[in-house]
Design a protein around this ligand. Structure first.
Ligand code: ATP
Ligand code: MG
Length: 281
């Protein structure tokens, strides 16, 4: 590949600075920016992010949901928006409306075939994520919830840097020690990038029987709370494991809605209450 000339390098730098200015401007119109991450994959980040957005929109807030997972964007499926496409123009992209006060952006809306992989190198991925902020018409928002890919790699770093003024991050874990250990790493990552840990959520904590609604602790539970105490970060609460959660998510329905088991709904509401409490501090 040809090396860029000095003039080309200068032009790139100018474009980068200009994009930073636009990102700052967009971010200033968003009151609360919350990143959802985890040390491990498959622990329920996207479930938490999507339902947090739903729950906050239900409370009459203007909400944006940004799917920052470029490899495995699951937000379109979980929100029932598969097949939707983006409106607007290249630098003024209109996100998809899930409700009048809930806007969603995902790479999934830009790919015709949902099973097509996005094979991009790091710098290109970082650029796409920056465009998701700079080129999307988010408008005035009370909350922007950002669903990150698993781990503490390039993409979480790009988002953390782009949103230097974010309120902080929620770290999702499951009760097993393997996940808790990765959760500690995620907490340290959040601290390293100078963000606040808004709290830990222990997902898949206890099992809700689909027949009687009774909660049983088939795995160990409480590890998330203990770990949060040890790491000196808030614990936002446990969310039980329930077969209906998978079914609802696959159907693009909220687990905070009327079709969800009461134990899950109540647990999630309590987590949202704890988060709102943290934000008020
Ligand atoms: N509390 C729960 N009870 C039952 N199933 C759950 C629960 N939370 C999440 N799931 C299911 O677990 C699977 C993984 O959840 P999700 O996609 O939210 O995880 P993730 O952390 O975003 O994964 P990835 O790391 O791949 O992005 C999904 O099928 C989801 O429906
Ligand atoms: Mg996910």
């Amino acid at each position: 590949m040809k090396k860029p000339s000095k003039a080309e390098m200068q032009e790139r730098e100018r474009a980068f600075d200009e994009q930073n200015r636009v990102i700052e401007q967009k971010a200033a119109a968003i009151r609360h920016k919350i990143l959802v991450l985890s040390g491990k994959g498959g622990v329920g980040k996207s479930t938490v992010a999507a339902n947090l957005a739903w729950a906050l929109a239900d409370r009459a807030n203007q909400v944006g949901l940004l799917d920052a997972d470029l490899h495995g964007p699951s937000i379109p499926l979980m929100t029932g928006l598969v097949g939707e496409t983006l409106g607007g123009s290249e630098h003024a992209i209109q996100p998809v409306h899930l409700a009048p006060n809930l806007r969603v952006m995902s790479i999934g809306f830009m790919i015709a075939e949902p099973d097509t992989p996005t094979i991009w190198r790091g710098p290109l991925r970082a650029n796409v994520l920056r465009q998701f902020i700079a080129d999307v018409e988010w408008g005035q928002l009370d909350f922007l919830i950002v669903d990150l890919p698993p781990g503490t790699g390039d993409e979480p770093l790009t988002i953390a840097q782009a949103f230097g003024d974010a309120d902080g991050a929620i770290v999702v874990t499951t009760p097993q020690e393997a996940s808790l250990s990765d959760c500690r790493k995620a907490i340290n990552f959040v601290r390293k990038v100078n963000h606040r840990v808004l709290g830990v959520i222990e997902n898949m904590s206890g099992f809700v029987c689909p027949h009687c609604g009774q909660r049983t602790d088939i795995f160990s539970t409480g590890g998330g709370k203990l770990m949060a105490e040890q790491m000196d970060v808030p614990f936002l609460g446990p969310i039980p494991i329930a077969a209906e959660v998978v079914a609802l998510s696959d159907e693009g329905k909220p687990i905070v809605g009327p079709d969800s088991p009461q134990a899950v709904r109540e647990a999630f509401e309590s987590v949202v209450g704890a988060l709102v409490g943290e934000l008020a501090e």
